[in-house]
Design a protein around this ligand. Sequence first.
Ligand SMILES: [Ca+2]
Ligand SMILES: [Ca+2]
Length: 244
Amino acid sequence: MKSTLTAGVLAACVGLLVSQTAHADAIKVSMTVDNAYALFVGNRSAATTFVGSDGNWPSVESYSFNLARDAYLYVVTASDLTQAQGFLGQFENQTSGYKFYSQNPQWQVMSTGLGPNAPYTGSAADLQLLSNEIQDANGGGNPSQGWRSFTAGGANGSSPWGAMSGIDSLASWVWYAAGSCNRNNPTLGGCDAGEWLVFRIAVAATPDNPIPDNPISSTVPEPTSFALAGLGLALAAALRRKKV
Ligand SMILES: [Ca+2]
Ligand SMILES: [Ca+2]
């Protein structure tokens, strides 16, 4: 019984180790922004790859990736500060079958206060500028004093945008309720939330753990070292049992 249990624990630990070190999730993001955005892939502290940009709010764009569990998606946005502004999107982890929307707490937003000229070219200079802003926000030293939550406005289909095909009607338009924006619904009425804004989502984000990089939990071991520690404990337990 004991050896079977130990073998099971060992197998589970090895399985966890393999899944955490070699696993990549198939991710599909469908989105649009009023007025414009640029999409980047990176990690917790930097944007490393420019994916693309779009400045046409009535079109929904879809992007598919195979991303490691510690990867992040970053969305840099620009607003013309008139009439309305918003982000509408859905995030599908096709590996785990998990799907959620722009108004869910897995998304975060921060303001740079640098004005309307967001970095859109994907040049090395843009990646460096965006990475600097990400690190400022991680340290709480940016205008929004860290990463914040969105505030939801109307659902997909609501005025003034109408229905956006390619995104479920369960999704809502969201924006950052700060600066001159209406705190109850920052998507309506032209306003400046501290442009330009950066949105992000961690591939590993879940409803129970929407902010896996929360500084409060930064003392928790990384998944890989945690798995290794678990493996070591299981081995130690197995050795102890052999002695007895
Ligand atoms: Ca678009
Ligand atoms: Ca606008």
